[in-house]
Write a protein of this length. Sequence first.
Length: 72
Amino acid sequence: MHVPKAIGCAFSSIFPIVASELGITLAPHMVAQTAEDCRLLPLEREIIRRVGYIRVRQHLAGTAQRAFVLLG
């Protein structure tokens, strides 16, 4: 499964902390699969949330906005 670079980078610094038993985190399934030396516990029920955005047509989209749109 492809993990977007921005998301993977954020968790690449969190997972070593968790693996060192210095903390815990909630992570999306697609990123949790990349965790090494971490104990993964699924949530009891699936959690779904809807994310939306609004943009001005005349405004040029930045790199972050283009990446977000591609995730959908």
